[in-house]
Design a protein around this ligand. Structure first.
Ligand code: AMP
Length: 249
């Protein structure tokens, strides 16, 4: 079975996000970029399925500027076999990404697409669900466990009230949650080997998709600064402050 893993290049999760001074977006120039953490979990899961003999090939796909190839290289160093870069300087929104992935899925015919539940830059949490709808495939979102037997996948999902287990017929979409696994670090020999693995570069037009954005960002702003807390000496003082200062009771 072939597994497709979409990997997004995002601002590294350790970086303190700065909003551009003109309020049009988040500053990305001169900022450390990395693979979206949920996508690292997706790559790890695919590699484990290959190690178990369930998967035969892992294809990592990234979409955006040419330097998304670095993100694909990271996936290749973790164990993916080859990469596809959909190169464009158009801002890609979830529907466009889902349409591009649908076209790639039509060419590649994977048994499964494992992707992040959300990208940590825009927190859309939409692409996997849209892709499942476009393809008409089943979906197991927020996965914390995946078991595959034949053409069936059993996915344990992290839902508000606890865990839900769903049975899917392959091909299907799975989106990863934090507890699915702990991604490996790529070893130096594997980073070297990854340099020789192939990455195919294509454009959205090659897939017959117009990636133009449908949503317009009106403004991006920092959250209001939090004011420092104060210590109160007694419950009476707390109640007094809640009543007359905060006016919440
Ligand atoms: P989102 O719906 O934007 O929160 O993203 C959910 C998942 O879709 C991510 O974790 C990725 O697996 C995939 N994805 C979104 N945008 C891209 C992109 N530009 N390139 C590759 N994968 C993407």
């Amino acid at each position: 079975m072939k597994i497709l893993v979409p990997v997004k290049r995002v601002v590294d999760y350790n970086v303190k996000i700065r909003v551009k001074s003109d309020g049009t977006g988040v500053e990305t120039s001169g900022v450390k970029m990395s693979m979206n953490p949920f996508d690292e979990i997706a790559v790890e899961e695919a590699v484990r399925l290959k190690e178990k003999g369930v998967a035969t090939e892992i294809v990592a796909v990234s979409m955006g500027l040419a330097n998304c190839a670095e993100t694909i290289r990271t996936a290749l160093a973790m164990g993916a076999d080859r990469g596809i870069l959909v190169e464009t300087d158009v801002e890609l929104q979830p529907l466009a990404v889902a349409k591009l992935l649908r076209a790639i899925a039509a060419n590649e015919k994977p048994g499964m697409i494992i992707m992040g539940k959300q990208a940590i830059d825009d927190d859309m949490n939409a692409t996997g669900q849209m892709l499942a709808a476009l393809l008409g495939w089943g979906q197991g979102t927020f996965a914390s466990k995946i078991t595959i037997e034949g053409d069936k996948a059993t996915v344990t999902r992290e839902v508000d009230g606890g865990l839900e287990t769903v049975a899917l017929t392959l091909p299907a979409i799975v989106t990863t949650d934090l507890r699915l696994n702990e991604p490996r670090y790529a070893s130096l020999p594997n980073i070297m080997k990854a340099r020789k693995k192939p990455i195919e570069t294509i454009k959205p037009a090659d897939l017959g998709v117009d990636p133009a954005p449908r949503l317009t960002t009106l403004k991006v702003a920092e959250p209001p600064k939090r004011v420092a807390g104060t210590k109160v000496a007694s419950v009476a003082e707390l109640v007094e402050k809640l009543k007359f200062e905060a006016k919440v009771i």
